[in-house]
Design a protein around this ligand. Sequence first.
Ligand code: SF4
Length: 622
Amino acid sequence: MSGFRGGYVGKILRIDLTRRKYLTQPLPAELAYNYIGGYGIGGRILYDEVPPWVSAFDPENLLIFSTGPVNGTPTPVAGRHTVVAKSPLSGFFGDANAGGFWGAELKAAGYDILVIAGRAEKPTYLFIRDGEVKFGDATPYWGLDARESERRLKKDLGDTEIQVSNIGQAGENLVRFAGILTDEANRIAARCGLGAVMGSKRLKAVAVRGSSRVPIANEEEFRKISQEVIKFVKEDKNLQMFSKGGTPLYFGPLWQLGDTPGFNWTARQLNPEGLSWPGGYEAILSGTRSCYLCPIGCRRISTVKDGAYAFEASVEGPEYETVSMLGSNCGVTDAKAVAKANDLCNLYGLDTISTGGTIAFAMECFERGLITKEDTGGLELTFGNADAMIKMIEMIAFRHGFGDILAEGSRRAARIIGGSAEEYAIHVKGVEIAAHDPRVFQGGGPHYACAITGGRHTEGLTIDWEILGRPRDGLGLPKPDKSPKGKGYAAKIIEDWTAFIASAGWCWFADLNAAYQQEENFVKAFNAVTGLNFTIKDALLAGERIINIRKAFNVKHGASRADDKLPKRLLEEKGRAGTVVNLAETLGEYYEARGWDPQSSKPTREKLTQLGLQDVAKDLWS
Ligand code: SF4
């Protein structure tokens, strides 16, 4: 018995790749209740066990696969697991999450959390089946793309129902923005370069298979809430549209709003028709698919059968972020070319946001004469040149030629290129900014500037509340107005809430698209699954604690106030909406709401004490 009434399996699996040993530990109840799961529990473990002198590629860095209590249960829209490690892109806290079936299967195999340390002597895979762990020789799979290596591993293990998380060549080659794929390279824990951490450990894949059922504390209440959510998802017009169009649905409207970046975050215009759904995206859309028991099913299947951009039939198509970062942000307007680029990124295991951001940066450097065809190996790396973009993706994944420089990410590449290049690298803490422009929503400024994991879009953007009309009265936020006042505070509250939702194991789209209608219903579902008795206030407090433990990791690893900044372009050059980010009012308000010292940006002793983090207060302030 784990001591948990529901949701948690109650076990942590620890792997030492250097010694080829493993150990099972009970999941402490206090850790679960205080940090929930996902990047909460993962964050606390990383804070406690990875000291500042360990760099991202050192064997002592931990690679943590983490689930939340709703994963592996029939909770609607909860098919995501999280990966945590020190990021090779930022040098600070890194996390990423992926949809699919892997997280549910890890729990069925008997574990909530998988903590991987060390470095294998030769390419290795792990196979975890119903509590048992096998270290396998991954030499035959090393060098294969993520889809092929998953298929071969399943065949060799003789079970097509196995779920696999693995890396492609980009992770093996330590590309600093490589991700970790699952579901035959259709889903990816993309951000922060955690696939490169996996590559540095010579770990090609983690296969999981299990037969246990995750207990639910209050079955009757759980059934009632789940049925209501599923009914709402099936009847609500907006959710039905999202179900049909997936995230590409947002591209057209967000482009018009000026939120979607184009031509490396400049004000240059293009015709968005070729990339929009409905619109040019329809030419590639051939079906839909779901993550584990998700009633929305927003995943797009795409097909390009013929021509230069053909790829394997029925793999997954580009999401909004990819359409934006490899499409409009690189000046490319052909959905087929973007779909091809997307598939290559999936096969090699590259984060499409950082890949698009880094190539767009290089395109601007090329057009400004900071780099030439001599640097790029003859490639005319101009905006809109889809073929050059596709070629560069391959060069990055294999670190060929100029791709070796771009494989370092835009911040490091800019330093290598020199001159004014740093002005065109659009990142926060080295992590390229996702495709939502903080020049169009006021909470975006402090959110991105202070983001613990850099330029992320899934950690509490205020755009849905500020611009898209999503009420947040459940979180105590008023109807927004146009003034900057209150937006720093709102960013803090929405981030805290998002940290709870993500750590519990929900897909971000459940909250963004109001699939549970009100925040209160998430908490009810959480309580029904776990048997706990949380209120929204408790959930926000847990979210705040989770944000602060990750922030404390950054502080311990050298982050300072100077790292809480935005690229000059976003502060000084007007975007397509005709605005710049104004941090003057929002940043101070954000620090105050957070209880972070505005000079050093460290969480204050009082704030840490209030969150029950006295040990962290001692670390940071004595
Ligand atoms: S909403 Fe989409 S990404 Fe999220 S769990 Fe459902 S199918 Fe997966």
